[in-house]
Design a protein around this ligand. Sequence first.
Ligand code: MN
Length: 232
Amino acid sequence: MHSVPIASVPVRGSLDDFTVHRIYCIGRNFADHIREMGHAAPASSAPADRAPPVFFMKPADAVVANDTLIPYPRGTHDLHHEVELVVALGTDRDGIVETAEALDLVFGYSVGLDLTRRDLQANAKSKGLPWDVAKGFDRSAPIAPIVPVTLCGHPDGARLSLQVNGNTVQDAPLSDMLYSVPEVLHELSKLYDLRAGDLVFMGTPAGVGPLLPGDRYVAAVDGVAELRGGIA
Ligand code: MN
């Protein structure tokens, strides 16, 4: 027999780590990022204007701890950063979760990168194929320690930002998200039973771009969490 390490993320103010169950991601949740990827963005975040959410997953053991240098991944020549708010769930719930109760499931928040093999994603998109190899690869989810809601509240209007080598490349308020945290949890719950240990990457604003060997990054949700790391 062999033992498999349990994927986990440190929790600020606690000796107990957050055990990861699943990693869900929403795509196309910021209008400016939809436009930079060459698609038409909705006129507003009103339900009548929005497209249905795009969901995909990463394996739980894709998480990477703060202050880690990540080896440049195989299979790509175009690794991209996507800075994202991360929601960590602390409660199991079968069936559909209404938006009015969705925040009750939230244990805490963090900031992470949805690392993307953009060349493989472009190839998959052009052929109508799944995104798995572009998104769900080893060490594709660096994430800062999780901050419990009891410490940070719900960061509705905070700024989400990423610096690469000291230059700010992504910067947007969380209020720009087309689907809010309660709305994303509601939509996810139409498809999956939500579980304590689930992480939800909430989508990225404009400014995605390459990460190269030697690059160093600092990702932040202001007043909540900060992630440091780099490419080896
Ligand atoms: Mn993303």
